[in-house]
Design a protein around this ligand. Structure first.
Ligand SMILES: Nc1nc2c(ncn2[C@@H]2O[C@H](COP(=O)(O)OP(=O)(O)OP(=O)(O)O)[C@@H](O)[C@H]2O)c(=O)[nH]1
Ligand SMILES: [Mg+2]
Length: 386
């Protein structure tokens, strides 16, 4: 038994004939369809599984079947085998029938929902890719606007269409704004805020290491997370490895005492951790507002986990927007294959993204949120993105 692959069925069959001769048996013909946006560049292929049974073998088998001396028990056995085979075949047919049924239902759904919006196949493909990534249909439409407005003759040029769409997404995401790129003469105060358990403390540990190791910056750590003893310990553990202290702030008054400009002259960056807060808890939120009021010139990083449902993410960004301006950090990209929320949130808030994180390892699993990287992930270019 052997497999033969070619561009068309004809070519594949010719290959089989050339090698195995006219007696070859075709066991299976499989057509492979390339998927995704870049399927347009790849040709479908046909794979044929063929077998060759030499004629002398077959003759022997026929003779065996015809042999009158053949043991009757053997014949009874083969009868039984045929019976089992028949049964198996009918269940397989059943299963196939069910599958076909499901397939036609799926087709009906996709047709009735008017899935095809764009006359141009290339634009439709990009639209579908974005929607499959979790980009909302409205935002995916916005992304297609520029590409769809060029004349029909130019739309055939897939490179041109791809370039326009790629650039539109880059424009929406805007340039990454990580802390190391914020240049001021004064100390940079950076406050991390966001819902519970999204990865604020872990991200602070990652960023401190990067700022110290790769940018040679002097870092000071503070935590305003005093709800849980373990939270202070968690940051202290990372700080110890880096040879840093952690100042604990118990309330806003305490923060004032700790904001020591003279002392901070020695520091390039002061990273402040806060307790995770539910945006639906008003009391909690008011307290964060008080902290923020004491740090008017600080950079605020709103940390969001990619595992949060998009609707919840929306109400989180809106709640925080009532408190302050901020940049975004998206965490846990390793736990999803849908990156659409990044584009949605970026489009709706107009906020810049500082970092993305893609794992629990400190300090390796963090990246500057370069828009090119995010765009490629959204369009399925270049395999595993994160
Ligand atoms: N898979 C994955 N896990 C992460 C990532 N970032 C953080 N985590 C994990 O998420 C969990 C919570 O992380 P923390 O850093 O404690 O989160 P936090 O936002 O400080 O939590 P609270 O202070 O309790 O609000 C830990 O188990 C981290 O290891 C990431 O990028 N990917
Ligand atoms: Mg924390």
């Amino acid at each position: 038994m052997k497999k033969y692959e070619a561009g068309t069925e004809r070519e594949a069959i010719d290959k089989v004939k050339n090698e195995l001769g006219l007696d070859a048996l075709i066991l299976n013909i499989r057509k492979t369809k390339p998927r995704g946006v870049f399927s347009l560049f790849r040709k479908p292929t046909v794979e044929i599984t063929a077998a060759y049974d030499p004629p002398e073998n077959r003759l022997k088998k026929i003779e065996e079947l015809r042999d009158p001396k053949q043991d009757s028990a053997l014949r009874a056995g083969s009868q039984e085998q045929i019976h089992i085979l028949e049964k198996k075949l009918s269940t397989a047919e059943d299963l196939l029938g069910k599958l076909m049924g499901q397939l036609s239902i799926a087709q009906q759904i996709s047709q009735s929902s008017g899935a095809r919006k764009y006359e141009n196949r290339i634009i439709q493909l990009f639209y579908d890719t974005l929607v499959n990534q979790g980009v909302t249909p409205e935002i995916a439409d916005k992304v297609m606007e520029d590409a769809n407005s060029i004349d029909d003759a130019s739309k055939i040029d897939i490179q041109l269409v791809s370039k326009i769409i790629y650039n539109t997404i880059l424009r929406i995401l805007g340039p990454a704004e990580p802390i190391e790129m914020i240049h001021t003469k004064r100390t940079r105060y950076v406050l991390f805020m966001g819902p519970t358990g999204v990865g604020k403390t872990t991200t602070i540990a990652k960023i401190s290491s990067i700022l110290m190791l790769y940018h040679n910056l002097k870092v000071r750590l503070m935590t305003a997370d005093t709800y849980r003893i373990a939270a202070i310990e968690q940051l202290k553990t990372y700080a110890e490895i880096l040879g840093l202290d952690v100042d604990v702030i118990y309330n806003s008054q305490d923060l004032e005492n700790h904001l020591d400009p003279i002392r901070d002259q020695d520091n390039d960056v002061v990273l402040i951790d806060t307790a995770g807060r539910s945006h639906r808890n008003r009391e909690n939120f008011k307290e964060l507002g008080e902290l923020l009021a004491l740090l008017p010139d600080s950079v605020k990083l709103l940390t969001l986990s990619m595992t949060t449902k998009y609707e919840d993410m929306l109400s989180i960004v809106n709640a925080y927007a009532t408190l302050t301006d901020y940049k975004l950090v998206f965490t846990k990209l390793d736990e999803t294959t849908c990156f659409g929320s990044i584009l949605n949130i970026s489009y709706l808030t107009g906020k810049r993204i500082a970092y993305i994180t893609n794992g629990q390892n400190v300090p390796d699993d963090i990246k500057i949120a370069h828009p090119e990287m995010i765009t490629k992930a959204l369009l399925g270019m270049g395999g595993e993105a994160f």
